[in-house]
Design a protein. Structure first.
Length: 414
C-alpha cells in the first residue's frame, strides 16, 4: 500500500524517511492511508513527488541515515530539494534591515538624546534647573564670600558681602550635592546659604568669634532676639554650639546647621559659662593679693620658677661671669600661664609673674574691666591707677608682647 506524508499529503516511497516535498520526517509504522480525494493537498501534488525513486546505491550504509536521506532527496525530485533549502535572500535582507535600523539609531537618535541632555539648563548643582524656583530676598548674617561656583572647593572668590546686606536670587543645590547656595539674581556668583537669613540680623554689641559652648541644659533657639518670636530649634543638654555674637538686648546669636541664624536668651549667663569655670577674684592693692584662688596659682607658679632657678645654679659653667648672666636673665624673665575662666561676665585668659609684679589678664577691653571693678567699689583713677600704700596697682590696656595674653592687664607690684 502506498503511504503519504501526513503533513503535506505527498505520496512517499515505501523506504523513504523524509518527505521529498516538505522535508518532514516520515513516521515509522505501516503504510498510511491516502488523503481524502477532495483534499486541497491532493489536487496540488506535484507530479515529480509521486515518481518512483531509484534504488539506493549499494554503498549506502544504515549507519549514515543523513547521507541516505540526502541521496533520496537528490534522486527523488530536484524541485523538492530546492524547497528544503533556506531562503538566503530573505535572511540576508532581514539582517540588512536590522543593521540599517541600528546604524540609524547610533547616528541620529543617540546623538539627539545626548545633545538634548547637554542643552538642558543646568543649575548650580549640575542638575536641570527648576524653573519654578522662587526668587527671594535674604540678608547676610556674617560677612560672606561671593564665589564663581556653588562650592568652596575649586571655586574663586569674586567679591564679598558685609553683614546686613540684602541679596536676591534662587536657592540651588551645591556641587557637593549636600549644601545649599543662593544663585544671585544678576547671575554674578553664589553665596552659601549658611551665611544668609530671611530676616535682617540685629546689631551685634560684642563679637564672640564662634566661641564654642556646650549647653548645660536643654535650651530653645528663637528666630529673632525676642521670646515672642517663633522657636526654630531646641538644643539638648550637652550640645556644642558656636557663639557668633551678643546682641544689645542680651541674646546670643548662633549659626544654624541648616543655614541662617538663631538666638539664645540669657546671653550674660551663657557667656559666664562659655568663658570657663568661674574664678574668685578679690583684689587687694595694699597687699597685692588677688584672692585665695588666684594667689594659690601664683604660689605654684613661683615654686616652678624657683625650681628652674636652682637647676641653673647647679649647672657647670665655663666661668663665673657666664653663670651670673644666666641667672640674671632668668630673674628678669616673665612667666605666663593661659587660663579660660569667667569672672562676672568677663573672661580671665591668663596670669603672669614678672620680676617684681604679678598680673591678671582679661579678654575684654580695659574700659569694660574698669567699669566692672568700679561697680564693686574699687576706686580707679582716670589713668587706670588704683590707690595703694606700698605698691603700684592699676588697670590698663596691654601692649607689645603682653597682647598675646589678653586685652587688659590688672597688675600689682613694686
Amino acid at each position: 500500500m502506498t503511504k503519504f506524508c501526513i503533513h503535506c499529503g505527498t505520496s512517499l516511497n515505501a523506504s523513504a524517511r523524509f518527505c521529498g516535498a516538505c522535508g518532514a520526517a516520515v513516521e515509522n509504522g505501516d503504510n498510511l492511508p491516502p488523503p481524502p480525494e477532495n483534499s486541497a493537498t491532493a489536487s496540488v501534488q506535484p507530479a515529480a513527488a509521486i515518481e518512483t525513486p531509484q534504488a539506493l546505491p549499494i554503498s549506502a550504509s544504515p549507519e549514515e541515515p543523513f547521507a541516505q536521506s540526502a541521496n533520496e532527496e537528490a534522486i527523488g525530485n530536484g524541485e523538492a530539494s530546492d524547497a528544503k533549502r533556506p531562503n538566503w535572500l530573505l535572511i540576508g535582507g532581514g539582517i540588512a534591515i536590522l543593521l540599517l535600523l541600528l546604524s540609524y539609531y547610533l547616528i541620529f537618535i543617540r546623538d539627539d538624546v545626548g545633545s538634548q541632555a547637554i542643552k538642558e539648563p543646568v543649575a548650580a548643582s549640575g542638575k536641570a534647573e527648576d524653573d519654578t524656583a522662587e526668587i527671594k530676598q535674604y540678608y547676610v548674617v556674617a560677612e560672606a564670600n561671593i564665589r564663581d561656583k556653588a562650592t568652596t572647593q575649586g571655586s574663586a572668590i569674586i567679591g564679598k558681602m558685609p553683614r546686613g546686606t540684602a541679596v536676591s536670587g534662587k536657592m540651588a543645590l551645591g556641587e557637593d550635592g549636600t549644601s545649599d547656595w543662593l544663585e544671585l539674581e544678576d547671575g554674578k556668583g553664589f553665596i552659601g546659604a549658611v551665611n544668609l537669613s530671611e530676616t535682617q540680623p540685629p546689631q551685634i554689641a560684642k563679637a564672640l568669634n564662634d566661641k564654642v559652648w556646650t549647653t548645660d541644659k536643654a535650651i530653645e533657639v528663637w528666630s529673632q532676639p525676642d521670646t515672642s518670636a517663633p522657636i526654630v530649634d531646641r538644643l539638648a543638654a550637652g550640645t556644642q554650639v558656636k557663639l557668633f555674637g551678643l546682641t544689645a538686648n542680651d541674646y546670643i546669636e548662633i549659626k544654624l546647621k541648616r543655614g541662617g541664624v538663631g538666638y539664645l536668651a540669657g546671653g550674660a549667663r551663657i557667656l559666664s559659662l562659655a568663658n570657663g569655670k568661674p574664678i574668685a577674684l578679690a583684689f587687694n592693692p595694699n597687699s597685692c593679693s588677688f584672692g585665695p584662688e588666684i594667689d594659690a596659682m601664683f604660689t605654684a607658679m613661683g615654686d616652678r620658677i624657683r625650681t628652674k632657678y636652682k637647676e641653673l645654679e647647679n649647672r657647670d659653667y665655663a666661668s663665673e661671669d657666664e653663670r651670673n648672666r644666666a641667672l640674671t636673665a632668668s630673674e628678669g624673665k616673665s612667666t605666663f600661664e593661659k587660663l579660660q575662666r569667667s569672672y562676672e561676665g568677663l573672661t580671665v585668659v591668663g596670669i603672669a609673674q614678672h620680676y617684681e609684679s604679678n598680673s591678671v589678664y582679661f579678654a575684654e577691653p580695659a574700659a569694660q574691666v574698669i567699669a566692672l571693678l568700679r561697680s564693686k567699689g574699687y576706686k580707679i583713677g582716670k589713668n587706670g591707677q588704683i590707690p595703694s600704700v606700698d605698691y603700684a596697682a592699676g588697670v590698663g590696656a596691654t601692649s607689645g608682647e603682653w597682647k598675646a595674653y589678653g586685652a587688659t592687664d590688672l597688675s600689682c607690684g613694686v
